[in-house]
Design a protein around this ligand. Structure first.
Ligand SMILES: [Zn+2]
Length: 163
């Protein structure tokens, strides 16, 4: 029905006391992630291994991202259930979900990626409710090339070496 399959991954960073989060790392799909036209399920082995690598850099698993290719730019009912369950099972106060869409720029007709972020709160009346979050891009990333090399090694199924 849809020509594209969903893709996605996980978001790592920190929650601030204000309820804002700082996103430090975004990972894509692991080798054995499950994809269809409407669902994306990350490889749990990759998520666990990446969490270990990034935890040493004080970047913790705070949310997920996936594509809705050219469809709607907000979470589906299933997405919201997944986020509510993730908070409950992992004892998290908040969870962030980023939805990526492919859009066409009206002026240039060129495609671009639209990013929409949503925050869930475990203490909400209904934890499946979300609020649209403002996203600010801060371009002062330190050199993470060693971390990226380690993550690629993990993604490819290599031996984890934390040095
Ligand atoms: Zn979705």
């Amino acid at each position: 029905m849809y020509p594209n399959v969903e893709t996605g991954g996980d978001i790592f960073g920190q929650w601030l006391p204000s309820g804002e989060c700082a996103i430090r790392h975004v990972i894509g799909p692991g080798a054995d992630a499950q994809r269809s036209s409407v669902t994306f399920n990350q490889s749990l082995a990759y998520l666990k291994a990446a969490s270990e690598v990034l935890g040493t850099k004080q970047a913790f698993h705070i949310g997920d991202w996936h594509s809705h290719h050219r469809l709607f730019d907000y979470p589906s009912g299933g997405d919201s259930r997944t986020c509510a369950i993730a908070m409950k099972n992992n004892n998290k106060a908040f969870f962030v979900l980023v939805i990526a869409n492919i859009r066409d720029d009206v002026a240039t007709n060129l495609p671009y990626v639209q990013i929409s972020a949503f925050r869930y709160a475990a203490d909400a009346k209904d934890p499946r409710e979300f609020v649209l979050a403002a996203v600010e891009f801060i371009d002062k990333a330190p050199d993470y090339s060693a971390v990226h090399a380690e993550l690629e090694n993990v993604r490819a199924g290599g031996v984890l070496s934390l040095t």
